[in-house]
Write a protein that binds this ligand. Structure first.
Ligand code: SAM
Ligand code: SF4
Length: 343
């Protein structure tokens, strides 16, 4: 697939009403997935009809418009991005946009199941860092959490990524009574293999036919507990994401905490999220969105019109989210599933 020539980058083009420059775009390339993680999806999910989904060429064109407006980092996510047919053509066309006047970094968040097939292709396309979700190193817990997953397949994928030269960060969602006894093991394992680790608080998104108040584990408590056995040294390392990082002195690797529920990270938010239908969400924790597919498919709208539609959406970016796990009604505070916007 051939990408459009990148328009000249205008780094001041996307400043939101609260003075935050938008430089990071997360793109959910599919809502489908080969796993059914219990905190993310119901077992029986209805996915979008194919006609509603942007083609890979359309996704590339939209990403190009964002790059022209100052986006420097793009992360492809999903659903599971690596199960979308021919997705490597999108990686290649976006990778070709990396350069001094274009994109600085192209990354991916994946469950790892397809990495033995795609790790080398990702590296060849220009990807250097990847996030792999791995909540447990115990085969039984992993299976129970992912419903359909096999630990070995994900581990093989992770090691294929490492062998291909990709820097791997492991993401683990922290769940009370599920994997809370495993954090020491995960820290040690990541240290052994040279991976950074980020722990994530469960976020109340989408109906998962379960009770989230039972799973919710505040990471402030986890961190305090880990400090009894590990030396967590402060670091000013930042990836442009919402994680707060420490260096684990015993392993030399970084340990990050993403705490949307106990700490409000909105002040420094530099990101927006695009779904595979071309819907732009200006905030992960709010419902407001802009339909860029209609603009993209309108033959009377050119490149300038597309960029204007994006600017108009950024002008509506809210100050922050208000996630709450409603203890009385136990309903999610945001109705869409995480697999729609990709986290
Ligand atoms: N399928 C890929 C994966 O699992 O890495 C990418 C998409 S997944 C939606 C992105 C990230 O969101 C994963 O790290 C996953 O663990 C996390 N996630 C999903 N649902 C979540 C929830 N309700 N709360 C917190 N994190 C969640
Ligand atoms: Fe799939 Fe990722 Fe959601 Fe798990 S967290 S069901 S792997 S999209």
């Amino acid at each position: 697939m051939k990408g459009l020539p990148p328009p000249a980058r205008n780094p001041t083009a996307m400043i939101d009403p609260f003075g935050r420059a938008i430089s990071y775009l997360r793109v959910s390339v599919t809502d489908r997935c080969d796993l059914r993680c219990v905190y993310c999806m119901a077992e029986d999910m209805t996915f979008l009809p194919k006609a509603e989904i942007l083609s890979l060429e359309e996704l590339d064109r939209l990403c190009g418009a964002f790059i022209g407006l100052g986006v420097q980092r793009i992360r492809l996510t999903g659903g599971e991005p690596l199960v979308r047919k021919d997705v490597m053509t999108l990686f290649r066309s976006l990778g070709a946009r990396i350069g001094p006047q274009g994109l600085k970094e192209l990354t991916v968040t994946t469950n790892g199941t397809q990495l033995t097939k795609h790790a080398e292709g990702l590296y060849a396309a220009g990807v250097r860092r990847i996030n792999v979700s791995l909540d447990s190193l115990d085969p039984g817990t992993f299976k129970a959490l992912t419903r359909w997953g096999r630990l070995e397949q994900t581990l093989d994928g992770i090691f294929a990524a490492k062998a291909a030269g990709l820097q791997v960060k492991i993401n683990a969602v922290a769940m009370k009574g599920v994997n809370e006894q495993e954090f020491d093991r995960l820290i040690a394992w990541c240290g052994e293999h040279g991976f950074d680790l980020t722990l994530i608080e469960t976020m109340p998104m989408g109906d998962i036919t379960g009770d989230r108040t039972d799973q919710y584990l505040p990471l402030s408590m986890v961190r305090a507990d880990l400090r009894q056995r590990w030396t967590l040294e402060d670091t000013d390392y930042a990836t442009g994401g919402p994680a707060r990082y420490y260096t684990v002195a015993e392993t030399g690797r970084r340990l990050g905490f993403i705490t949307p529920m106990t700490h409000n990270f909105c002040e420094s938010c530099n990101r927006v999220r695009l779904t595979c239908t071309g819907t732009l969400y200006m905030c992960l924790g709010q419902e407001d969105s802009a339909d860029l597919r209609a603009v993209l498919r309108d033959p009377s709208v050119g490149e300038a019109g597309l960029q204007q539609a994006i600017r108009d959406a950024i002008a509506r970016k809210p100050k922050g989210h208000d996630f709450i796990i409603d203890r009385r009604h136990k309903t999610p505070s945001v109705g869409r599933h995480m697999s729609v916007t990709g986290g």
